[in-house]
Design a binder for this molecule. Sequence first.
Ligand code: KG4
Ligand code: ZN
Length: 340
Amino acid sequence: MEKENIYILGIESSCDDTSAAVLCNDSILSNVVADQKIHSEYGGVVPELASRAHQQNIVPVVHQALKKANIEKEQLSAIAFTRGPGLMGSLLVGTSFAKSLAYGLDIPLIDVNHMQAHILAHFIDEEDHNKPPFPFLAMTISGGHTQIVKVNDYFNMEVLGETIDDAVGEAYDKSGKILGLGYPAGPEIDRRAQLGNPKAYKFTKPKVDGLNFSFSGLKTAILYFVQREVKANPNFIEENLNDICASIQYTIIGILMDKLKLAVKQTEIKYIAIGGGVSANSGIRKALKDGEQKFGWITYIPKFEYTTDNAAMIAIVGYLKYLKKDFSDFDVMATARLKI
Ligand code: KG4
Ligand code: ZN
């Protein structure tokens, strides 16, 4: 007998993107993301505005995801949603919506940990993407998170290290703000970094034990450096922007690579998967490729649309949990500080 297809609707609303995706088994049928432009006016995500925008977006986004997937909601096998971590107001919108729809359709509800989802996005079936073998190391780098995780199995993960203050994407965005760049500043710093001299200016790397990270000191060092130079030459930023960006990027990539090398040394695992918005960065991609040549690493970089916050990654976790019949009770609560 032919196996029945499993259709999962995934819903992601943990930060500033409202997203819905439909999966047939481990293949994507649709992945719709509505990003919230409103926050760029404020140079960062404003939680209250994010929840309101989620409320406006969620119905049309889910509609579009079903339409693109060309399926009726009655065909869905289960609904997976982000339970946490994230902004409470934003999480509540997705959680309440997912509960109501699953209840109305009388199908299982599946809660998903956003950080697990960034990692398990590597298990979405894609033609040009190999799935990492267990155990592997996952480094999640985004505007909200910086973590190195040892992944023993789909749902057996150990956090080896994480940031004790800012996330790496925040370091990019805050540096960009100091330099007068728009939000988010990561892509612009990355673009300019490729045109500048990475050794033009030296910023000291933070001293944090083990596999934890710290980025708030770097931001302060950049602020003082820029203030000092601008005092001497009011045009300092404009005249040296590419070199400043290249030097910031060089420092950040250095911090990430030092920790990754240490994680490989400690675990003796050479399979490395990355995820999160910052994995779009050209510097980190190049550094990982160099790691393949120099240290024999085998690296996995997901397709761009699965690195930033998206519901396809939520739906793949939903599918993997569906196979284990790991369903949620309807009294499950959104949890802002959910651990892996
Ligand atoms: O994963 P994401 O879309 O949202 C969060 O969960 O935070 O990541 C957004 C972050 C922003 O901080 C943005 O500046 C950064 O990713 N980013 C980059 C690049 N593209 C996006 N940082 C460095 N280089 C890039 N090319
Ligand atoms: Zn994320």
